[in-house]
Each structure stands twice: as structure tokens, then as C-alpha cells.
Design a binder for this molecule. Structure first.
Ligand code: MG
Length: 394
């Protein structure tokens, strides 16, 4: 389970190439042209960046989910095959012209192409945590059948994955996900209703997309990572803990049954976990981002404040209820974050909206089908329904 097999040669289909994970993935490829080549790129609509990536990396085909942007790109790059729309992304993944599928699309859009890559038994380097949150049960079940390995790019899960190499699953007492605590870790709870988008977008340690930066400020990012860890490592919730670590140097811990704890440390640089997911079980020599322990001392750890950050508890609740509740949690969170960024709701309304959306579905309505294709359809319609429900509750 924790000993990924080597792959060679390594061609890459990068889904979500124009976002921060995509750009960092291409930087890893750029530094190691002898090891990696890009055969497919997919993006939502940023064709300016995509066109430059096509010129540099020469993929054999690309997909753009926005139809108008796809048409524009065809005019700009007549020599490159451009697939269009959500169907185009699925088609590109289904062609299987790659060894590694990098899943870095934002939000729910990553699910359908990832399903195709898993069906083909490909290695999945997964940055899109929402994919595992909404469909973890389905995807891990499909991967077990096809032999697809899912390697995390999320830094915390990469850390745990690295700590678990060579360790039997029964030796794990618990895993401990580290969280930076976000920009409001020390802010008084009374001031939370006054938090503005621009303050929430200033993450102290990581430069990331807007959605995940807000998720880091509410700690929903850590909540989603709890769900992600449950599926990636096949662990019950009782074995998944969170600790606040403002320096973001220790990326996570694993505690074993003998009381020994392993940690993975590195400078906060996404290229490190990306490179590990692409190259594992090998490690590639790199010159960037070496950690100077003395310069980064002291490393601090604090217990999470659940009353200030209710999103952590909501994610656990969704996981406990199971079925479609993590999908409802994720959809409601995306709507709430959008509304907050548009200044339509206060920061403290984010968890309230998620909770009331979850409560608007009965346990029976949220039961997941056991048959895979029925389950996938059900997840897709539950996502749509949950978004509608959250918008109504706004
Ligand atoms: Mg993370």
C-alpha cells in the first residue's frame, strides 16, 4: 500500500496547468527534462498562460473547459489539438496518452477526468482534495480494482505518505495533520464577523489560489484534509488528529503503536511534494528550498481552537455521517466562499451556511449507491442540488 512502484518513462497529463499547482508542476518538469515530459494539458480558461505552456512543453493535445476560450485558443494555436468543454477534459483523460495524471483542477471540476485516469490504472498525483472529499469511497474502490496508485500532492498528505514508506498499516496509532492556523490564528473571536476578504486572502506562509486561501483562513482546508486523509490512508476518523504549527515546516506527523513519531520537514514549497508524487519512490536531487533548521527555530505547536474555527468540526461531522455528506459539505463551502469573496456574506456566515445546507438533507437522501457508475451520477447530482440549496439559504 505504501510502496509505490517505479514508472518509466514518465509522461504527464497535467489537469489544471494554469493554476499555482500546475505552474509549479511545470517548473519541476522544466528542471528535469530527462525524467519528465508533458503530453497533455488541461485548463479552465486562462488561455494566455496555456498558450505559453504549449509553446514551451509541446503537449500532443490540450483541453479547455470554457467553450469560448477553447475557440480562441484554436485560432491562436492552429497546430495544436484543442478539446473543448467538460466533455473535452474527460476525453483527454480517457485517451490515456500519459503515465501520470496530475489532478490540479480547482473544486469539483476535477472529478470526472480523474475517474477516467483511475479506470485506466494510471498513477494519480492528486492535488485536488475536493475529488477525494466528494468521492473518496468510490475512487479508492475503483483504484483498488484497476491498480491505480493515488499519490498525494497536498503537502500534509505527502508528508504522511513519505513517513509511511516501509511501515505496515497496522503499526499506525494515529496521524497528525499540521495546520498553519491561517491569518486569524491569534485574532479574538469577537472580531471574526468583521473579517474582510482582503485580510483573509493574506496567507502567512503559502501563496495559493483564492479558494484554498479562504479555506485556510476558516480551517476548512484542514477539515477537507481530514476527509482526504481518511480515504488516502484508509484510517478511521479517531486516528486522524490536527495540530496548529504556524511555521509550516513540519508538514505532518505519524505516530506509531510503539510511541515513536515520524515527521517530514521541508521549506513550504509545493515543488517538493509535487516532485515526490511524480518521482516516487525515487528522490531527485534539487538545489532549491533547502531547510536551514537553525534559521527556522523555534518550531511551535498549539492545540486547534474548535470554537473559533467551526469548519473543522463540520468536516468531521460530514465524515461521520458518511455517504453524500462530504459532497454536500464541499459544495456548500464553495458557494459560501464565493459569497464571502463577493462581500455578500460575513466570514462567520461561511460555517453557518455549510451547516444549514448539510442539515437540509436527511440521512436517507444522503445515502450513497454501492454500484460505481450509479454512485458517480449520484455524487454529480448531489453536488448540483447542494449548491442550489446553499444559494437558497444565502
Ligand atoms: Mg495542505
Amino acid at each position: 500500500m505504501y510502496s509505490p512502484t517505479p514508472l518509466s518513462p514518465r509522461t504527464i497529463a497535467l489537469f489544471g496547468s494554469t493554476g499555482s499547482i500546475g505552474v509549479n508542476t511545470l517548473d519541476v518538469v522544466r528542471r528535469h527534462p530527462e525524467r519528465f515530459a508533458v503530453t497533455a494539458l488541461a485548463a479552465h480558461r486562462n488561455i494566455e498562460v496555456l498558450a505559453a505552456q504549449i509553446a514551451e512543453f509541446h503537449p500532443s493535445a490540450v483541453a479547455v473547459s470554457d467553450l469560448a476560450a477553447a475557440a480562441d485558443l484554436r485560432l491562436q494555436k492552429p497546430g495544436c489539438e484543442v478539446l473543448a468543454g467538460a466533455e473535452g477534459l474527460v476525453e483527454l483523460a480517457r485517451r490515456g496518452d500519459y503515465d501520470i495524471f496530475v489532478g490540479a483542477l480547482v473544486g469539483f471540476a476535477g472529478l470526472a477526468p480523474t475517474v477516467e485516469a483511475i479506470k485506466l490504472g494510471k498513477r494519480i498525483a492528486l492535488a485536488n482534495k475536493e475529488t477525494l472529499v466528494v468521492a473518496g469511497e468510490l475512487l479508492t474502490g475503483m483504484a483498488a480494482v484497476s491498480g491505480s496508485e493515488i499519490l498525494p500532492i497536498d503537502s500534509e498528505h505527502s508528508a504522511i505518505f513519505q513517513c509511511l514508506v516501509g511501515e505496515p498499516p497496522e503499526s499506525i496509532r494515529r496521524i497528525i495533520l499540521t495546520a498553519s492556523g491561517g491569518p486569524f490564528r491569534t485574532l479574538a473571536k469577537e472580531l471574526f464577523p468583521k473579517i474582510l476578504p482582503e485580510a483573509a486572502l493574506r496567507h502567512p506562509k503559502w501563496v495559493m489560489g483564492k479558494k484554498i486561501t479562504i479555506d485556510s483562513a476558516t480551517l476548512m482546508n484542514k477539515g477537507l484534509e481530514i476527509v482526504e486523509a481518511k480515504w488516502l490512508f484508509g484510517l478511521p476518523l479517531s486516528k486522524i488528529d490536527v495540530i496548529i504549527h504556524p511555521q509550516s515546516i513540519v508538514h505532518s506527523f505519524v505516530e506509531f503503536v510503539d510511541g515513536s513519531i515520524k515527521a517530514q520537514l521541508a521549506m513550504p514549497d509545493m515543488r517538493q511534494p509535487i516532485q515526490y508524487a511524480l518521482a516516487a519512490p525515487e528522490r531527485i536531487d534539487t538545489s532549491y528550498s533547502l531547510l536551514d533548521l537553525a534559521a527556522n527555530s523555534p518550531l511551535e505547536f498549539f492545540a486547534p481552537e474548535y470554537d473559533k474555527f467551526p469548519c473543522l468540526t463540520l468536516a468531521r461531522t460530514a465524515c461521520e455521517r458518511g455517504g453524500l455528506y462530504p459532497c454536500i459539505l464541499n459544495a456548500a463551502n464553495e458557494i459560501a466562499v464565493e459569497a464571502f469573496l463577493d462581500r455578500r456574506i460575513a466570514f462567520t456566515r461561511i460555517p453557518e451556511l455549510i451547516e444549514s445546507t448539510m442539515d437540509s438533507f436527511s440521512q436517507k437522501e444522503a445515502t450513497l449507491e454501492t454500484q460505481p457508475s450509479a454512485a458517480l451520477d449520484q455524487i454529480i447530482s448531489c453536488d448540483t442540488l447542494s449548491r442550489k440549496s446553499a444559494k437558497r439559504l444565502l
